[in-house]
Design a protein around this ligand. Structure first.
Ligand code: ADP
Ligand code: MG
Length: 151
């Protein structure tokens, strides 16, 4: 499993890392984005979505579990499963609208989600480092690791 760890010192740097990661993604890819509240998950997804050609504002999903955006060549999904904790058995149908062929999906708070999130390509973990600093770990998951990706 390829792994790297980066420190950013402001939201623009985190967005630009998101953009860089997006460059290595392709249709059907799933990216898990973990980290505490305010660690920069949505900020990173915003940068990735921009790089994929999304021009609409990328905001945190609040009234639904996710947003679907139109990118340059494909659709971009952005889910936030924070409030779904413990509802594993009810998720598959909900998630199906956002995952799969023809799109790239980013999922905040994937920890409690069902097996539908197996097969992720990247796992990004953000943490606070004081002030505007954030540590960002990027794990590139091989096929064999992917079943473990939610842990
Ligand atoms: P999350 O989705 O993890 O709850 P958000 O991306 O919504 O986090 O919010 C992160 C907040 O922290 C934003 O207000 C952002 O401007 C601020 N921030 C400060 N420094 C950074 C940084 N290095 N990376 C990302 N966000 C940062
Ligand atoms: Mg968020």
């Amino acid at each position: 499993m390829a792994q790297r760890s980066i420190e950013t010192s402001g939201p623009a740097e985190t967005e630009s890392l998101g953009g860089e990661l997006a460059g290595g993604l392709r249709e059907g890819d799933l990216v898990l984005v973990r980290g505490e509240l305010g660690s920069g998950k949505t900020t990173l997804v915003r940068g990735a979505a921009r790089a994929l050609g999304v021009t609409d504002p990328v905001t945190s999903p609040t009234f639904s579990i996710g947003h679907r955006y139109r990118g340059r060549d494909l659709a971009v999904s952005h889910l936030d499963l924070y409030r779904l904790a413990g509802l594993e058995r009810e998720e598959p149908a909900l998630l199906a609208d956002y995952l799969g062929p023809g799109r790239i999906a980013f999922v905040e708070w994937p920890e409690d989600a069902a097996a539908d999130l197996d097969g992720a390509r990247l796992r990004v973990t953000l943490s606070h480092r004081g002030g505007d600093r954030r540590r960002i770990e990027v794990d590139e998951l091989e096929a064999d690791d992917r079943e473990e990706s939610r842990r």
